[in-house]
Write a protein that binds this ligand. Structure first.
Ligand code: UDX
Length: 449
């Protein structure tokens, strides 16, 4: 790159969105771009973890937070209204002060931060959408939006196990937002989040190695370049993206466990278990007799209450066979040779991180894209099984043993190793994500020349 080019990133303020955006920043910086991150004050990333990026805080006026889906949407609404003018002010300054960061050539924004496209448009600055979920999920969403606009919702229960036309092997049960009780306001928002406004390209945290079919269809649909350059965390130099402090003591604990023996249990940053499920899970893990590393976030449980509700002797067993942390260095954990399985809610980052390390999964999806991701794991890649039905101790014990110590589980481990190989292939020199990244670098460099 002869002239210095600056890319402005706008992440959405949730862990599963901030992580891929910061990884994308590290990827683009490794290609010579200077990186500015305009972020909400709510769930702000820690600038100390990215000393070579410039951070610009956007006052958002988000006041409270709980994990309900409706509240997440309320937060987004507030942000999309309140951040616009300050963001515009920042961009004007950046465009006028070229000597500081280089020439601003584009803004890359998370698909749900839709105020950005308006601002970019007004300043005649190109914008690019970054999509942190997979392509199948977008296609599923579009399908449901279509059903809704044709007044076909709700669907009869009898249809739920059927395969969705054109979306094999996904079932109606896997589709997001099938209920007709979802308010119009939310559908309107989601509709916007699934288009690209005036953006000139899309960057996707996926790879042609695993989503070639859906990518080909979307490339025809969108008519703008789609750069599938994932898994981002394997394309970027390692970077610290956690909003919460990681407890690295669990790595010492993993170091003394046998290869492939440990089940890692984590539900990401939003999904949590209720008290009953938590206790049944504890019992099931103990009864399975497999070592486990379990993430229980402090916002999802009161620790004193947890300890008092646990089975007799649970804490002693923990000392011996289990390890509980509030937040783990997940990518290091999944790459550790002692970890042989991952019980996950199937967020897209967790799913990509698991297959990239060849770790088979127990899927317990909860909402949104997680059902689609779980179907990929169980029915497309065959690298995991679903925790079906009620989470009681018998079910947990049986499912854990199926994954960790059965012939079936071993077969899934072998398949997971093949997925790891595919991910490695995509990011190695000459691989499909590697090539697409070079195309993206060229594309961005040409934007204002
Ligand atoms: C959200 C949605 O819930 C999910 O469905 C969507 O795909 C992305 O946005 P989240 O639930 O947090 O994300 O899950 P996920 O996508 O898996 O992201 C969690 C991130 O936190 C991962 O990168 C994971 O490595 C990290 N993590 C999680 C840790 O570093 N430590 C932990 O202890 C738990």
């Amino acid at each position: 790159m002869s002239r210095r080019c600056c890319v402005v990133l706008v992440p959405a303020p949730f862990q599963g969105h901030i992580t891929p955006m910061l990884q994308l920043g590290a990827i683009l910086q490794s290609k010579g771009f200077s990186i500015v991150v305009a972020h909400t004050m709510y769930n702000a990333p820690d600038p100390l973890n990215h000393s070579t990026f410039t951070f610009l805080p956007l006052p958002d006026e988000v006041v409270d937070f709980d994990n309900t889906y409706m509240n997440l949407l309320n937060i987004l609404d507030t942000i999309n209204i309140n951040c616009k003018s300050r963001f515009q002010g920042y961009l004007v300054q950046l465009m006028e002060n070229v000597e500081l960061h280089g020439e601003v050539v584009c803004v890359i924004y998370d698909a749900i931060m839709n105020f950005v496209d308006d601002v970019g448009n007004g300043l005649q600055l190109p914008t690019i959408v970054m999509r942190p979920f997979n392509c199948a999920h977008l296609r599923a969403h579009r399908y449901v939006l279509g059903l809704r606009s044709e007044n076909c919702l709700p669907l009869p229960e009898s249809q739920m196990e059927e395969t969705v036309p054109d979306l094999h092997p996904f079932k109606f049960r896997d589709m997001p937002l099938l209920s007709n009780e979802i308010p119009d306001r939310i559908f309107k928002f989601l509709k916007t989040a699934h288009t690209i406004g005036s953006s000139c390209a899309i960057i996707w945290n996926t790879t042609d190695e695993i989503e070639n079919h859906h990518l080909s269809i979307l490339r025809e649909d969108f008519q703008v370049p789609i750069f599938s350059i994932g898994p981002f965390h394997k394309m970027a130099p390692p970077t610290k993206t956690s909003l919460v402090e990681e407890d690295n003591n669990c790595i010492d604990w993993l170091d003394i466990q046998a290869p492939n023996s440990v089940l890692y249990v984590s539900l990401g940053s939003i999904v949590s278990m209720d008290d009953k499920e938590l206790i049944e899970t504890a019992w099931g893990l103990i009864n399975s007799e497999q070592p486990f590393l379990w993430v229980i976030r402090d916002i999802s449980v009161n620790v004193a209450k947890f300890n008092s509700q646990m089975p007799d002797g649970f804490l002693e067993i923990i000392g011996d066979r289990g390890c509980i942390v509030k937040w783990a260095p997940q990518k290091t954990v999944l790459g550790h040779s002692a970890v042989g399985g991952f019980w996950s809610h199937c967020g897209w980052n967790s799913t990509l991180e698991s297959i990239s390390e060849g770790v088979p999964m127990i899927c317990r999806p909860d909402f949104g894209d997680q059902l689609i991701n779980a179907r990929y794991v169980t029915d497309v890649w065959n690298v995991g099984l679903k925790m079906e039905g009620i989470v009681d101790r018998e079910n947990v014990e049986k499912t854990v043993r199926r994954l960790m110590v059965s012939v079936e589980g071993n077969d899934m481990r072998k398949k997971a190793a093949e997925m790891k190989h595919k991910c490695q292939e995509s990011v190695r020199e000459g691989g499909c994500s590697f090539r697409r990244l070079n195309e993206l670098t060229e594309f961005i460099s040409m934007l204002s020349s």
